[in-house]
Design a protein. Sequence first.
Length: 103
Amino acid sequence: MKNIQPKNYNQDDVAKLINEYRENPNRETVEKLATDLGKSVRSVTAKLSQLGVYKKIERKTKTGKAIISKSDLVKIINEHYNLEMPSLVKATKEDLEKMVVNL
């Protein structure tokens, strides 16, 4: 005999997940849905991902700017000057950001 596991989310739950998350796609909505459905935040996030609805939350700095890596900054500088300067990676991120701003 097969072991058939019960479904964690019924059709009404899935419809509620999709509708509420599409209206307001943020962390607070996920937390509210988890509380309403009696599930963990991780479970709700996984289900939304499985359904293709979940949008990854963009990481930001303390000032609210998008995070950009040193290697991306070096790439921008190299492309601007049309040169390969591999030692730029050793510069501090602050200095690289200043260079990019002044291009």
